[in-house]
Write a protein that binds this ligand. Structure first.
Ligand code: PMP
Length: 309
């Protein structure tokens, strides 16, 4: 990942500040106790101008995360979405990654978050393919992690809380140190959960399978997008608990995520998956997905929020 370019403006509690001035105190609650909820969305340049993909769904998930952690947001979802679009306009970007974050700020320190103010930030910057452009075509080599995702009575997986990403970091570090691009975590029962920052799908005999919300996954917006598009294209999609070995014998396995988009997995634990490259169902779904988000195919589900509407 390349370093920040440090230009442009960041939306900070309703005001635009210079990138370098968007700072918080070292004794902010979020830094010590991980009390922050965030999102990762993307804006794509389409034939009709830049458009944020499924912005309403991302903002809805952000507000849901805040609700779970009793963090009152001083804006409506509509106001927040408008602020995202305004931030893209102010930075004059055509394609970018969008990172809203809502966190407990600086007041006093103790586990109790309530005395600390709720702060809201939106940052946008240019960003390419997360696992690399080549990954989208050729696929990535991954391992099953020795780290599990969290049990449902420990950290709520449905909240996109920074705290969850310390588990993601263990998965990512282990996979990189072992020479893999990414790790797949199992859930506390030993069934397949998700990658450190991606949901996962398996294809067997042209049927598509993905783990359910009860397998400690983040309810991915790309996951929902792929399920919808696959059904539109006539595939049968089942959410079901997936035993690890089902991945090894699948015809195709792929990751989905805002950053990752749709990335084929060509081997798991050094076992080649299917033809050891991108399979036909993955490619079909990629074509439909990229066609819609680039505005080349009709936006029949109204997923594009145009920046200059
Ligand atoms: N799982 C985890 C743990 C993630 O961090 C992400 C990325 N937000 C995903 C799944 C994919 O979610 P989405 O498609 O909404 O980006």
């Amino acid at each position: 990942m390349s370093a920040f370019v440090e230009k442009g403006k960041i939306w900070f509690n309703g005001k635009f500040v210079d990138w370098k001035d968007a700072k918080i105190h070292v004794l902010s609650h979020a830094l010590h106790y991980a009390s922050s909820m965030f999102e990762g969305a993307r804006c794509y340049n389409t034939a009709k101008g830049p458009a944020a993909f499924r912005l309403d769904a991302h903002i809805r998930r952000l507000f849901d995360s805040c609700k779970i952690y009793r963090m009152p947001v001083p804006y409506s979802e509509e106001e927040f979405s408008q602020a995202v679009l305004e931030t893209i306009r102010v930075n004059e970007l055509k394609e970018c990654y969008i990172r809203p974050i809502i966190f407990r700020g600086y007041h006093s320190l103790g586990v109790n978050p309530f005395p600390c103010p709720v702060e809201c930030v939106i940052a946008v910057w240019e960003w390419g393919a997360y696992l690399g452009q080549e990954a989208l075509e050729k696929g990535v080599d991954v391992m099953v992690s020795s780290w599990n995702r969290m049990a449902p009575n420990t950290f709520p997986a449905m909240a996109k809380c920074s705290a969850n990403y310390i588990n993601s970091q263990l998965i990512k570090i282990e996979s990189m140190e072992n020479g893999f691009a990414e790790g797949i975590a199992l859930d506390p029962d030993g069934c397949v959960s998700e990658g450190s920052g991606e949901n996962i799908f398996a294809v067997k005999d042209r049927k598509i399978f993905t783990p359910p919300l009860s397998s400690s996954i983040l309810p991915g917006i790309t996951r929902d997008t792929v399920i919808t598009l696959a059904r539109d294209l006539g595939y049968e999609v089942q959410t079901m608990r997936i035993p690890r070995e089902m991945l090894y014998i699948a015809d195709e396995v792929f990751f989905t995520g805002t950053a990752t988009e749709i990335a084929p997995i060509r081997s798991i634990d050094r076992i080649p998956i299917g033809s050891n490259g991108r399979g036909p169902v993955t490619e079909h779904l990629q074509k439909e997905f990229f066609g819609i988000l680039r505005g080349e195919r009709p936006d029949r589900h109204k997923w594009l929020a145009y920046v200059y509407a």
